[in-house]
Design a protein around this ligand. Structure first.
Ligand code: AMP
Length: 560
């Protein structure tokens, strides 16, 4: 298969914005790809050359690519840099230079998909002295044999910047339609294999190849996730009675694979963080009594002085740290709380009910907590009062909340199905002043239906921070409209300006920075909690409070 053919599809994928059509294009490509090239084609379409579980990248930087372009096209470095300033990306620079090099075709040897893939694999493996020059000449070889349009994609691939919007969903749909296999089966297979290349190969042989896939040690699988329930009682009612309650630790998810003394630790995104956590490796070697195991757990930071748990943001730096690891082990110690076991001594436990898996967790985790690994705090109950007390204990101990899990449920990799729930407190609400509104449309024409909300600024003025259009019943709208009508100070089309008089308590998903509103912030999805007749506008929340909540939310950071 010629690389040029792949590039034709890349260009189509890039130009297409509909996910449906992207999946169609990709399905067409996969169905004409010979089986031995399915893996490279899948990897390269997602901008890599390795499957995700390998955690390997090509690792070529701008400087290397610039030198390779110079070598392949005969342009000078200055010319390349000037063109880069003009074009914005090195892929376009190479395409332009190759187009203008008239005799280019005379030297070209048609690139194949297999050759490009192998060359990139070789480049990724180059290390140590002389590797820089070797990388440059390998990339240059690809460029000089590439058609102008292909060079663009070769360079983007080298730099890890091939962004064509082919995510897991599109890949799943494409494989499903190329080989007429059920979408769900494809998705489940990928949750175990974490490799759509391999899934495509199996799918091409028939759907039966995709079912009953075996877990493999040191091949991380996608973790099971739990939707949110509003209240402990709701979670208990839905998760089955009795249900298993567990502390929800505010650390980060660790999937730990063990075979004898060999231990590897993966994050929720399946990145390998073994190197950064030698302390967890030791804890697992000491504290897990199993020859082979795949453990699902949460690793949480502790304050070395007090031994108390600390929030995730305090230890987040350990995850990406490449140096001073031993020092961080001392200053930012962690402990691991095991809540599930997916594989034990040669046997997959995925289909076993949680109750039985958890019994095995209790068997394999040593009772000695000084090992740094322990069984997650848990309670099995059907009693709502006990459940609520357990939740309160978790909050009192500074945790995020609890998990409520169905005792009969199997482990569903990569899925967020209702086989368990997380329960945590709402984000803090804000009391805000209504300073404007829009008249509604359709059924809502006679009501004010979207409300501009403001905080109190440093000089006592009101600064808008978003618009609320949900959470209101018809009676709320009637009430708000009647109350606010006399406050209208100006009307422009459907928009009205209001005297700042009414205060409302508002929930929201998060606070974002925004140039649209005078406060500089915007609430995401604000919704009415209640009208606060008891509050005066000047007592509403201030810009400072908004800033504080924003900073808190920001410093929590995104979990790995
Ligand atoms: P969230 O990130 O809010 O969707 O919550 C899910 C995350 O909670 C999981 O990915 C885990 O990292 C974490 N977690 C903490 N304790 C537990 C537990 N006992 N069971 C499952 N997940 C837990």
């Amino acid at each position: 298969m010629r690389y040029h053919e792949l590039v034709g599809v890349f260009a189509g994928l890039e130009a297409e914005s509909s996910t449906l059509k992207k999946a169609d294009l990709l399905a067409g490509l996969l169905s004409r790809t010979p089986p031995d090239l399915l893996k490279p084609v899948v990897y390269m379409t997602t901008g890599n050359i390795f499957p995700p579980w390998m955690n390997r990248e090509i690792n070529v930087g701008d400087k290397t690519v610039i030198s390779a372009i110079v070598m392949a096209t005969g342009a000078t470095k200055i010319q390349v840099q000037n063109l880069l300033r003009e074009q914005g990306d090195l892929g376009s620079v190479a395409t332009l230079l190759l187009t203008s090099r008239a005799q280019h075709t005379l030297f070209r040897q048609e690139l194949t998909v297999a050759h490009v893939h192998q060359t990139f694999q070789k480049i990724a493996g180059m290390d140590g002295s002389g590797s820089q020059d070797a990388k440059i000449s390998s990339v240059a070889e690809l460029i000089s044999n590439a058609r102008p349009e292909s060079a663009r994609y070769i360079i983007r691939t080298a730099l890890g910047q091939l962004r064509m919007g082919v995510g897991d969903g599109i890949m799943r749909d494409a494989i499903s339609s190329a080989f007429t296999v059920n979408k769900e089966v494809v998705e489940k297979a990928n949750a175990v294999l974490n490799d759509y290349g391999e899934v495509a190969v199996l799918a091409s042989r028939g759907e039966s190849e995709l079912t009953d896939l075996k877990l493999r040690l040191f091949r991380p699988i996608k973790v099971m996730l739990y939707p949110k329930a509003e209240k402990v009682d709701d979670a208990l009612a839905s998760a089955g009675q009795p249900a298993q309650f567990e502390f929800k630790y505010d650390g980060f998810r660790t999937q730990i694979h063990k075979k004898g003394e060999e231990v590897r630790i993966y994050t929720r995104r399946l990145d390998d963080i073994t190197f950064q956590f030698p302390d967890v490796v030791t804890a697992v070697r000491r504290g897990i009594r199993a020859r082979e195991a795949i453990i699902d757990s949460e690793t949480i930071g502790i304050d070395p002085a007090t031994g108390r748990w600390v929030p995730f943001q305090n230890i987040s730096q350990r995850i990406r740290r490449k140096y001073d690891i031993e020092k961080l082990v001392q200053t930012l110690p962690v402990e691991t709380h095991v809540f599930d076991l997916l594989f034990l001594d040669g046997r997959s436990l995925l289909d076993m009910p949680l109750a039985e898996r958890f019994r095995r967790v209790q068997d394999v985790v040593t009772p000695d907590p000084s090992d740094g690994i322990r069984v997650a705090e848990h309670l099995v109950t059907a009693d709502p009062a006990q459940a609520r007390a357990f939740y309160q204990t978790a909050l009192d101990r500074g945790l995020e909340g609890i998990m409520v899990k169905n005792l009969q449920a199997g482990y569903k990799p990569g899925q967020r199905v209702g086989l368990g729930y997380k329960v945590k407190p709402e984000t803090e609400t804000l009391d805000l002043v209504i300073v404007g509104a829009d008249w509604g449309e359709g059924r809502r024409t006679s009501w004010l239906s979207s409300f501009e909300l403001a905080v109190v600024g440093p000089d006592g003025g009101f600064l808008p921070a978003g618009k609320m259009g949900t959470g209101m019943t018809d009676s709320d709208l009637t009430n708000l409209t009647e109350t606010l009508k006399p406050d209208i100070t100006r009307q422009h089309g459907k928009q009205v300006q209001l005297k700042p008089r009414m205060v409302v308590e508002v929930g929201y998903q998060e606070i974002q920075k925004s140039p649209t509103y005078a406060s500089g912030f915007a609430l995401r999805f604000p919704r009415l909690v209640r009208i606060r007749d008891d509050r005066k506008p000047e007592d509403a929340d201030t810009l400072d409070r908004l800033k504080t909540i924003y900073a808190k939310q920001f410093s929590r950071g995104e979990k790995p």
